[in-house]
Design a protein around this ligand. Sequence first.
Ligand SMILES: C[S@@+](CC[C@H](N)C(=O)[O-])C[C@H]1O[C@@H](n2cnc3c(N)ncnc32)[C@H](O)[C@@H]1O
Length: 270
Amino acid sequence: MYMFKSTPPQITATAAAAAVAAFFLLRRRSKDPVAQVPAGQQHHPSAMRNRIPILKALLKLLPESDSFSGPALEIATGTGALMEVVAPAFPHLTMQPSEYVPETAAAPDEQWSKHGKIGLRLGLDELACIDEHCKVFKNCVPAVALDLSKPWPTEVTEKNGSHVLILCANTLHITPWACSVGLLRGAGQALAPDGHLVLYGPFKVSGEFIGADGGAGNAKFDAKLRSTNAEWGIRDVGELEKVAEGFGLALSEKVEMPANNLCLHFTKAS
Ligand SMILES: C[S@@+](CC[C@H](N)C(=O)[O-])C[C@H]1O[C@@H](n2cnc3c(N)ncnc32)[C@H](O)[C@@H]1O
């Protein structure tokens, strides 16, 4: 106690300033992608919360990351939060981020209600924002625009039949049903035999909301979604499974995730 009190205040202030400067210098030089992204490009807290549980599920569901290689696609990459953990964890995959780019951008406070978008992209367009976050990963290629209700971009379709993985998180409940069908159709065409499609988010099972709370939380969320946009809503696993079968995809696993979410693992017929 006495020693601290006796330290000359100017030395303490100098040391503190040096420590702060060193901290920021190290952060700028580090490989931490968040440290390299300009202020204003921020992932949404929910994306930060769920990306590690999703990564852990992927590490269990997918082949060993040492030998898992080939083109992989993320649908609705958002600001790139999930990509930032998946790309380095699967270094032999060539990761293609993609995002819905509406013809007319919504005002910042209407990003969610108009287009289901979360996170901050201040000053950059959709794809530039993803690239800003992901360019540090050598196995990530530049993001492309992909609207699930339309034909997929040539950067993806030129590799049809060779993708080993397609990921899509938190999207099917916040888009019209036609987008769920578009995702399953596109995945059926894009995936290689035995390729993997992993969907994450809230889902109904046998027409019922699920969760330790008896599904009350998801039912409330579903009501909020539907009142925001009548075409949105939590999808039923069985209905997705039926459509998926028509495109050569079989549901192989359904993993319970935190906060009443599921990971659905589909595989393409060999
Ligand atoms: C709740 S955000 C999820 C973002 C990110 N996958 C995550 O988990 O943090 C929903 C995403 O759906 C995308 N989206 C909305 N309409 C879409 C469409 N027609 N086709 C593809 N993606 C769409 C939005 O742009 C947004 O990135």
